[in-house]
Each structure stands twice: as structure tokens, then as C-alpha cells.
Design a protein around this ligand. Structure first.
Ligand code: SF4
Length: 340
């Protein structure tokens, strides 16, 4: 049997392109396979297995292709490879660092800020990022069925102060387009809703996700559209990601990016400068640079506040103001992000 090698959604054997769903189903989800695929020595296996037990590995081929083999310090690899440091339990690192459990008035809906709500449109992601602040989120309790969505929609209909619906997850674009199209139709029928915001990493992880089905419902909604991508390093932006961004813009979406400041990934001025420049080349404006949320298992990614402030001060000397992300922290209970 001929073996097909998937490269960013294309099949080397000149057969039909591989759909984003197939790419997702073929993602590496096994510590041994991930280490072997990237030429990592056995010393990484114990940490990879231990971390995987807490928060599953998931890395699709289109993202793996951007990771340099035989380099445990690769900034993209560090985002997806569990290491033994995830077992550390320093004081203050908890399972729900943003205390979201206190802001779930109905299933699948988080209402933390005035004028906007967040909908957990999908419990799944196309990639499992080791620093994720929702790595312990109880998705199984917050994955509404279509009938249960009515409760969230009734909450929105009854609250005329809400102008923006934010699709989140998981990754909202991990849901299928039939479901998303239905949900967006329901949202746009609510007169006081003006904006649809989508927080996603899927166009970065599997650029083929931005297909005609997605573009169909996105371009046809009356709601103003903002897509907030989550990109932490310029190496994540290859030509396929650039093309996906172009398609999203053509569908009428404003593209913003938020990054997390991560030790060993993007914690130096040159890397952050290159990221902002590359984002702009892709048509994306840098928006937020978050300090790490103190989630259990991710403490090794933390960059202390003083160092973060110094980095951003230095970065200002290298970038025009419109390419400067705002350095922020999310503090539980506050009505907006807190600038540092
Ligand atoms: S929610 Fe976002 S940051 Fe968290 S694992 Fe999924 S894609 Fe990564």
C-alpha cells in the first residue's frame, strides 16, 4: 500500500487534498510518536508521558511541519511538548486561574465583562498548548446540545446591554460549519448584538480550516466580524497561514492577534519584534501580549512582571506604535484586562 505524506493539507501522491477534519483526526496524540517524529532523544519521553496524562498531546501535521527536528528548544515545539516541569506545583498555580466557574450563568456561556459574553462553541482544539489557562476547564459540563443552546440564547435575548458575542472554546472553529452557521444565525437574529468575535488558533494550526464552508457563513452574517488569532512566534506564520488570513479578510473580518509571553518561546525583544512585523505582513494587527495566567502545569513558562515590562519598553524602540501589543494580565473579578 502506498504511504501518503501530508504536507499542510496536500497529499504527495496527487490524490484529493486532505480535509481539515482528516488533518485533525490524523494529529499526533501519542508521546512516543511525537518524540520520534521530531527526532527527540529518549530523555524527553518520561516528561512527555507524565504531562500527557494531565493534558493530552495533540499536534496536527501542518503545525509539526513548522517545527525543526532534533531541536528541543524549537519555540513551536516548546508550546506542544509536555515536559517534566509540568509536574511542579508552585504556590499560586491553580486549575481555574481566572475563576471562570463563578461566571457561568448558564451552560456554555461565560459572562465576565459588561456588554459582551463568551460562548464555549466547542470543547475541542486542533492543538493542545501546554500553557493553556483552560487546560483543566470542565468542558464536559459546558458543551451544550442544540436544545441547551436555547438557554444561552435566551440569556442573550433578555440582556439588551450585550453587544458582542465571543465564540471561544476550546477552539470554536473545531466545531463543524453546520453547527457554527446555525449558531451565528441565531446570534444575528438578536437585534442588540452588533459584533461577532472569534478567538481561534485553527487558521494557524491547520490553515485549510479556512475553507469555503467557513467563509460562507462568516461573510454572510450581518454582524461585524473580528477574528482574534493566537500566535506566539513568527515561525508559526508560513505562507499557508498568510493565505488563510487573506481569505478571512476577504470575508470581511478584522484580524487581530493575541500572544502569551512565554519563557523559552518569545521572551526576547528580537523575537517579539519579528512576530509583530510578520503579523502585519499577514494583515493581522498585534493586540494583546498576555502575561501567563497562573494555571497548574505551566509555571515554567512564566516571565516575571518586571522582566515583561522591561521587554515591552525595549520593544517600543523597535516598532511603530500600531505594531505594539498591549501588555496585560487578566485578573479574576475585574471588568477588563489590566495593563501592566
Ligand atoms: S484553547 Fe487555545 S490555547 Fe488552549 S489549548 Fe486550545 S488552542 Fe491552545
Amino acid at each position: 500500500m502506498q504511504e501518503n505524506i501530508i504536507i499542510a493539507g496536500k497529499c504527495t501522491s496527487a490524490q484529493a487534498p486532505v480535509s481539515w477534519q482528516q488533518q485533525l483526526s490524523q494529529a499526533i496524540r501519542d508521546p512516543n510518536a511525537l518524540c520520534k517524529r521530531l527526532g527527540l532523544s529518549d530523555q524527553w519521553l518520561a516528561g512527555a508521558h507524565a504531562g500527557h496524562l494531565q493534558f493530552d498531546i495533540c499536534v496536527p501535521e501542518a503545525y509539526l511541519a513548522r517545527i525543526k527536528a532534533n531541536n528541543p528548544d524549537d519555540p513551536l515545539l516548546r508550546q506542544v511538548l509536555p515536559i517534566s516541569d509540568e509536574m511542579l506545583t508552585p504556590h499560586g498555580y491553580v486549575t481555574d486561574p481566572l475563576e471562570e466557574a463563578d461566571h457561568l450563568p448558564v451552560k456554555g456561556l461565560i459572562h465576565k465583562y459588561a456588554n459582551r459574553v463568551l460562548l464555549i462553541a466547542s470543547p475541542n482544539c486542533a492543538i493542545n498548548c501546554r500553557y493553556c489557562f483552560r487546560r483543566h476547564f470542565p468542558y464536559s459540563d459546558n458543551s451544550p446540545s442544540r436544545a441547551q443552546w436555547q438557554e444561552a440564547l435566551d440569556y442573550l435575548r433578555g440582556n439588551t446591554s450585550i453587544h458582542e458575542a465571543i465564540l471561544s472554546g476550546g477552539d470554536p472553529l473545531a466545531a463543524n460549519d453546520r453547527q457554527l452557521s446555525w449558531l451565528v444565525e441565531q446570534l444575528e437574529s438578536i437585534p442588540h448584538l452588533k459584533r461577532l468575535r472569534i478567538h481561534t488558533r485553527l487558521p494557524v494550526v491547520i490553515p485549510d480550516r479556512v475553507d469555503n464552508d467557513l467563509l460562507g457563513w462568516l461573510s454572510s452574517t450581518r454582524l461585524q466580524k473580528v477574528v482574534v488569532l493566537h500566535i506566539n512566534h513568527a515561525n508559526e506564520i508560513d505562507q499557508a497561514v498568510m493565505d488563510a488570513c487573506t481569505r478571512l479578510k476577504q470575508a470581511g473580518a478584522t484580524l487581530l492577534n493575541q500572544s502569551v509571553l512565554l519563557r523559552g518561546v518569545n521572551d526576547d525583544v528580537a523575537t517579539l519584534e519579528t512576530l509583530s512585523e510578520r503579523l502585519f505582513e499577514a494583515g493581522v494587527l498585534p493586540y494583546y501580549l498576555h502575561v501567563l495566567d497562573p494555571v497548574q502545569g505551566a509555571a515554567h513558562f512564566n516571565v516575571p512582571d518586571d522582566e515583561a515590562r522591561t521587554l515591552v519598553t525595549q520593544l517600543r524602540d523597535h516598532l511603530p506604535g500600531f505594531l505594539m501589543p498591549r501588555l496585560v494580565r487578566e485578573v479574576p473579578g475585574r471588568g477588563s484586562k489590566t495593563p501592566l
